[in-house]
Design a protein around this ligand. Structure first.
Ligand code: Q46
Ligand code: ZN
Ligand code: ZN
Length: 310
């Protein structure tokens, strides 16, 4: 197959776009596409101070690389969760993130949960029983809290994450199967700012995972190949497999599923649903972030359970 733009040999055939590209044109095309989506979904302006949530995996490092190449002021935030599970997952992913930043002269902030809060995600999950031993529920809560805290403290305009189309389509599939209208209403490329919360954006939400893996490889980005060991058995992985089967028979099925959803939302699906009341917000007595709970926020209550003196 030949490159659509220069007739050299294509390194990637993207059946979903009916497009084959050579290495140089593919590495040009991915950032161009990302820039197009940033503008189309009004994610953030050219001069925004951007904080990239970095996990050491291909998607978040590719996103940081792309934003850097596009000329954005983008710093990284890595949260060390204390997950080992026999493969030193947190240690390795931190090393990949730090190497990436060092090699490119980029700023990376590291928040080590063990150091800051004298606990780890597995310990929090075990002690609090939240999520019945599965740490993903506490992990999500901790990450959201820390990301928002750092973004607010350091004056970032937007927090971006490396969620790709496969992630978004799988989450959408799960939300639709169960008609979780509250989640469906909030799902999208942008989560706008609300009192006490920095806006969030997903600039790669229309990029296939396969395209990002190819981008990372061709750009020579070193990343951690292993997924978090706790993701094994997650429903989203099962949904991804199902959607991959569908995509194999019908190229671009994932993309049209996601785009049709965004269009339906734009045309007013869920418009009747009332916004959750956000007026009753209190300042957490412990950390100062805004919370709908009286007294302390759910993050601080979680930490208090394992280290009452923290
Ligand atoms: S890091 Fe955390 Fe994920 Fe690992 S413990 Fe679950 S939520 S799977 S994105
Ligand atoms: Zn070419
Ligand atoms: Zn708090």
């Amino acid at each position: 197959m030949k490159c659509r733009k220069c007739s050299r040999k294509a390194v990637i055939n993207m059946r979903q776009h009916k497009l084959g590209l050579c290495k140089d044109h593919f590495l040009e095309w991915v950032p161009q596409q990302t820039q197009r989506f940033i503008e189309k979904y009004k994610m953030f302006p050219r001069d925004a101070k951007v904080l990239v949530a970095v996990s050491g995996g291909k998607d978040s490092l590719a996103l940081w690389d792309i934003l850097h190449r596009l000329g954005y002021s983008a710093d990284g935030l890595y949260i060390s969760l204390g997950i080992d599970a026999g493969i030193n997952y947190s240690g390795e992913s931190r090393r990949m993130s730090e190497n990436f930043a060092r090699q490119r002269g980029l700023q990376l902030q590291v928040v080590d949960i063990q150091q800051e809060y004298s606990t780890s995600i597995p310990e929090l999950a075990e002690t609090t029983q939240r999520g019945k031993g599965k740490p993903c529920s506490v992990c999500g809560l901790v990450k959201r809290h820390v990301m928002n805290r750092i973004a607010l403290e350091s004056g970032y305009d937007v927090l971006v994450t490396g969620h790709n189309l496969d992630d978004e389509a799988a989450v959408l599939f799960g939300n639709t199967l169960n008609w979780l209208s509250g989640y469906l209403r909030r799902q999208g490329p942008v989560l706008e700012a609300s009192p006490g919360l920095v806006p969030k954006a997903k600039p790669l939400c229309r990029c296939y995972e396969r395209e990002l893996a190819a981008y990372a490889l061709l750009r020579g980005i070193e990343y951690i190949y292993e997924e978090c060991p706790h993701s094994v058995g997650a429903k989203t992985i099962y949904y991804k497999e199902l959607l991959n089967q569908l995509e194999a028979d019908r190229p671009s099925a994932k993309l049209s599923f996601y785009l049709s959803f965004l269009n339906a939302k734009k045309e007013g699906l869920f418009a009747q649903q009332k916004e959750e009341l956000t007026t009753e917000l209190n300042t957490c007595q412990s950390c100062g972030q805004l919370t709908s709970a009286p007294g302390t926020c759910s993050f601080c209550r979680l930490i208090e359970k394992v280290s009452p003196d923290a």
